[in-house]
Write a protein that binds this ligand. Structure first.
Ligand SMILES: [Zn+2]
Ligand SMILES: [Zn+2]
Ligand SMILES: [Zn+2]
Length: 147
């Protein structure tokens, strides 16, 4: 899997502007954090943002995440029974491996080339733009815990 080079601050600013959003310190901090920590939960983002900026309310961080999700700047994944996670890797219809126990989440590429999951065997006339696939299992760390 190709690891994209980390965008610098100017690029993050441009991303906000391209999405039609005003550049604010909390917004930049959330975007920076999600680039470094993909699949972070809102709580993890809030903790990280406070480390970067000092006091920022959890509600303010939730607001930023909601704005980003609506603007399709970040993707929100909500594995059943686990807190929502956020990531900046958008638009490639990739899927996720989720550990049933600890909630660890890893990316799984849909496939090389056009995303085949977006072409269902029967689309009933729908225009399909997303296929949500979650591979549930137990991560290596949880497998190795001796009872
Ligand atoms: Zn686990
Ligand atoms: Zn992902
Ligand atoms: Zn797929």
């Amino acid at each position: 899997m190709a690891t994209p080079t980390a965008p610098d601050r100017a690029q993050l600013r441009d991303r906000l502007k391209a999405a039609g959003l005003r550049v604010t310190a909390p917004r930049l901090a959330v975007l920076t954090l999600l680039n470094e920590l993909p699949h972070a939960t809102a709580d993890q983002v809030a903790t990280g943002v406070r480390e970067l900026l000092g006091s920022v309310s959890t509600q303010a961080v939730y607001d930023v995440l909601n704005v980003f999700t609506s603007a399709k700047l970040v993707r929100r994944i909500e594995p059943a029974g686990h807190p929502a996670r956020f990531e900046t890797r958008i638009g490639d219809n990739h899927h996720h491996l989720v550990c049933r126990q600890c909630g660890r989440t890893e990316d799984v590429d849909c496939a090389v080339g056009p995303a085949p999951c977006l072409t269902p065997s029967e689309s009933a006339g729908f225009v399909v733009d997303e296929a949500e696939v979650v591979f549930w299992g137990i991560c290596p760390d949880c497998t190795n815990i001796t009872p």
